[in-house]
Design a protein around this ligand. Structure first.
Ligand SMILES: *Cc1c(COP(=O)(O)O)cnc(C)c1O
Length: 438
């Protein structure tokens, strides 16, 4: 039972569930320390944010210096160096045709901003202000956040089914899933059959759609489902041919997680809008950004107030958060990205050995950059996130000082890029032992 003495509503938790609540007092690198003197390895980098480990000295230093200099100023009518510097760095990392960065404070909001920009872009460029081209194409395995708009373009799941009354029109397609291809294709034979329904829809009804929204290469929260670069290439081509925008949610995959600065760079494509958050400040402070391509931005260059983007969050572009972002990008460029590429090998080797040990339990083993995942045989009768097998494993692993948070029957590791070899060993040893007890 969640202890009664906490006044905090613990999120994503069944309130009557019998669950321990670890009281964390300190964190450093990949380690979390609790008030009872225990140490844990944070194997998922605190919901994928702490990409260089906790309390990275360069990020702590940037925050400290900035807090002494300028804590906050609103971003309407003002600009400051950390916001400017981070925007320039992000545009540089992304290359492509991005010209502006729009700040917000979390991944859901970065998506909301992208959706609103997309709809308004269509309005701005059309002569009639009443265009019906405002629907979004979405995917069954997508997760874009918990605010209403972001939830709306996410796949319909246990997380949001209850709120179906709040939905605006979207059209959901089956998500590509290359480890469980419905068309039984191999990479050599794949003709991206998974997009054929979508292709047909756009061939006949593209005038209804403002954009396609998708997480590039990995559907994260829905079960670390991987799909091939080919799919992204095809989506880019379809979007361009049919005059809809390609909106990529790099909230998880961005900032090096897949082994490039952004996942879209692996596919060699350039999207129209990109949402970033999670690792943007290395997990130290909330900050999100939407990268905007020139094509979209230029449609807002008008003196007509109805063509302006009237959207802001109070703490938008907070200087302390932006200074953490600047330090974070610098770490990524100097050695973060190269560490991800080394880590990918280390994760693959360890996952291979685990698969050898448990050939029937480790299903669809997969690694991309600093993401390592596999599925456990499901406990039948329970769906998705509620599958109890993951929860059981989570509590078992805590006994060995390892924090993972399986998504239903999908187990994944998404650690700090700088995690020590010994900690990786500890995670996989704990998995070996815990799997025996399931
Ligand atoms: C976590 C996540 C979000 C939502 O971000 P919040 O900061 O929790 O609002 C959106 N998209 C993806 C891909 C995510 O992983």
């Amino acid at each position: 039972m969640i202890p009664k003495e906490t006044s905090v509503w613990i999120p994503l938790t069944i309130q009557t569930a019998e669950e321990p609540l670890l009281q964390i007092t300190k964190a450093k690198d990949e380690f979390l320390y609790d008030n009872a003197g225990n140490t844990y390895i944070d194997g998922i980098a605190s919901w994928w944010t702490s990409i260089y480990g906790h309390c990275h000295p360069k990020i702590v230093e940037a925050i400290t210096q900035q807090a002494l200099q300028l804590d906050h100023v609103m971003l309407a009518g003002f600009i400051h160096e950390p916001a400017e510097s981070l925007a320039k760095k992000l545009i540089g990392l992304a290359s492509g045709d991005f010209c502006k960065v729009f700040y917000s404070d979390n991944g859901s909001n970065a998506i909301e901003v992208a959706l609103k920009m997309a709809v308004q872009y269509i309005q701005n460029r059309s002569s009639s202000k009443e265009v019906s081209k405002s629907k979004f194409i979405t995917f069954s395995a997508s997760y874009h956040g918990d605010s209403i708009g972001a939830m709306n373009v996410s796949g319909v799941t246990y997380f949001n089914r209850i709120f179906s009354k709040l939905r605006f029109p979207t059209k959901e397609f089956d998500a590509p899933n290359c480890h469980q291809c419905k068309w039984k294709q191999k990479p050599e034979t794949c003709q991206v059959e998974c997009l054929s329904d979508l292709e047909k829809e756009l061939a006949t009804r593209s005038e209804e759609y403002a954009g396609i929204v998708i997480e590039p290469l990995v559907f994260g929260a829905s079960g670390m489902i991987f799909y091939d670069e080919k799919v992204l290439k095809k989506l880019r081509a379809l979007a361009s041919d049919r005059d809809v925008l390609l909106i990529l949610d790099e909230v998880f995959t961005g900032m090096g997680r897949t082994g490039e600065y952004f996942a879209f760079q692996k596919a060699g494509i350039v999207p129209d809008l990109v949402a970033l958050a999670k690792g943007l400040t290395g997990g130290a402070l909330p900050l999100a950004a939407t990268l905007v391509s020139s094509k979209i931005y230029e449609s807002f260059l008008s003196s007509d107030p109805y063509s302006s983007f009237f959207h802001a969050h109070t703490m938008t572009g907070n200087p302390i958060a932006c200074s953490a972002g600047v330090a974070s990008v610098d770490i990524l460029v100097s050695d973060g990205l190269s560490r991800v590429r080394q880590l990918e090998k280390g994760l693959m080797e360890r996952l291979d050995s685990l698969k050898e040990k448990f050939p029937d339990r480790i299903l669809s083993p997969r690694v991309l950059g600093a993401i390592c995942a596999f599925d456990l045989p499901e406990v039948l009768g329970e769906d998705e996130y509620l599958n109890p097998v993951g929860k059981k494993l989570r509590f078992e692993l805590i006994k060995y000082g390892v924090i993972l948070r399986p998504l239903g029957s999908t187990v994944y590791i998404s650690p700090s890029y700088f995690i020590a070899e010994a900690s990786l060993d500890q995670i996989f040893e704990a998995l070996s032992t815990a799997l025996l007890s399931l």
